[in-house]
Design a binder for this molecule. Structure first.
Ligand code: KG4
Ligand code: ZN
Length: 331
């Protein structure tokens, strides 16, 4: 069994993954959404303090013989430094007291393993990773060789949803809120621009976010009482998804990789899923998603990723394990 810890952002989570058959024996997560919601985004000091309360709470709720645990895995990069440090400190304490090795896991690589929680991993695979911190198109030849094909020039996909929701005073995280409002749209008369209509393989969301802001201000000026939230959310979500879809199409035209995985918190968006499923069909690709509950940050994917490291004996010394707010692993 591996005990894994995730605290890179605003979710405190611990899991127990069985090494030989990938079974997920325990998984629990305490989200901080409510605490950050009133600020319209994550407040690092609050996130850090809440991790220091939630992680021990989850740990003490585990009914398992800790002597059977073979290694401790923890997310150490990338993420908020004050959040990462909470998980890393707990991992070090557990490793020391149980006298078992430590495994450091890259959060983004962890998201890839959300596709293979209780199964064998599939390589090579193309990956679209859409979260609050990242928007990446990746090619993973194997567990080690992961190449960045496209990234964002400015904001990430999820982040732009968070910011538009903040402009509308709808709370945090913006993704599920915007998706909910967009679904309710009856009138669909607002058109927002689609970013980067060229052949460049990259993402961009800040221009679209700004266009949404101007539209919101225009509507407010006209009559603040009739601001149509669902119509704006629909228009914004549609442009953001069309942008993703156009760039993925550009990529798939020249890719011979059969499997296409979509991961990260924003991969829970059903309108996005629908669009990508139809695109994958057009290009004869096999599309993979994580179960909805494991799209956002969780320790189960970190533990699953750590099984690969455990089997290769990729351990890290107590004194060597440090946090790295920026990611380094991708080539
Ligand atoms: O992967 P994740 O839990 O944390 C990071 O590693 O960043 O992703 C969280 C992000 C937030 O920006 C959130 O608004 C976005 O994912 N998100 C969504 C949806 N659900 C979560 N974005 C669009 N549509 C959704 N349904
Ligand atoms: Zn994440």
């Amino acid at each position: 069994m591996i005990l894994s810890i995730e605290s890179s952002c605003d979710d405190s989570s611990i899991a127990l993954n069985q090494i030989n058959n990938y079974k997920l024996l325990f998984h629990r997560k305490i989200s901080q959404d409510n605490e950050h919601s009133k600020y319209g985004g994550i407040v690092p000091e609050i996130a850090s303090r809440l991790h220091s309360i939630s992680l021990p709470k989850i740990l003490s709720s585990i009914d398992y013989d800790f002597k059977k645990i073979k290694a401790i895995a923890v997310t150490n990069e990338p993420g908020l430094s004050v959040s990462l440090i909470e998980g890393v400190m707990m991992a070090k304490a557990l490793s020391l007291s149980l006298n078992i090795p430590l495994i450091a896991i890259n959060h983004l690589k962890g998201h890839i393993y959300s596709l293979f929680l209780e199964t064998n991993a599939i390589f090579p695979i193309s990956i679209l990773l859409l979260s609050g911190g990242h928007s990446l198109l990746l090619e993973a030849k194997n567990d080690k060789e992961i190449k960045i094909i496209a990234s964002t020039l400015d904001d990430s996909f999820g982040e732009s949803f968070d910011k538009v929701a903040k402009m509308l005073n709808l709370g945090y995280p913006g993704g599920p809120i915007i998706e909910k409002y967009a679904k309710q749209a009856k009138k669909k008369n607002i058109n927002l621009p689609i970013p980067l209509l060229n052949k460049k393989l990259a993402f961009s969301f800040s221009g679209l976010k700004n266009a949404a802001r101007l539209e919101i201000e225009k509507e407010f000026k006209r009559d603040s009482n009739v601001l149509n939230y669902s119509e704006i959310c629909y228009a914004f979500q549609k442009s953001a998804i069309t942008h993703i879809s156009q760039k993925v199409k550009l990529y798939l035209q020249n890719s011979s990789i059969k499997y296409f995985g979509v991961v990260g918190g924003a991969s829970a968006n059903l309108a996005l899923r629908e669009e990508l499923i139809s695109l994958a069909k057009d290009f004869n690709k096999e599309i993979l998603f994580a179960p909805l509950e494991f799209c956002s940050d969780n320790a189960a994917m970190i533990g699953r990723c750590a099984i690969e490291a455990y089997n290769m004996e990729e351990f890290i010394g107590l004194d060597k394990l440090d946090i790295s707010p920026n990611s380094r692993i991708f080539i």
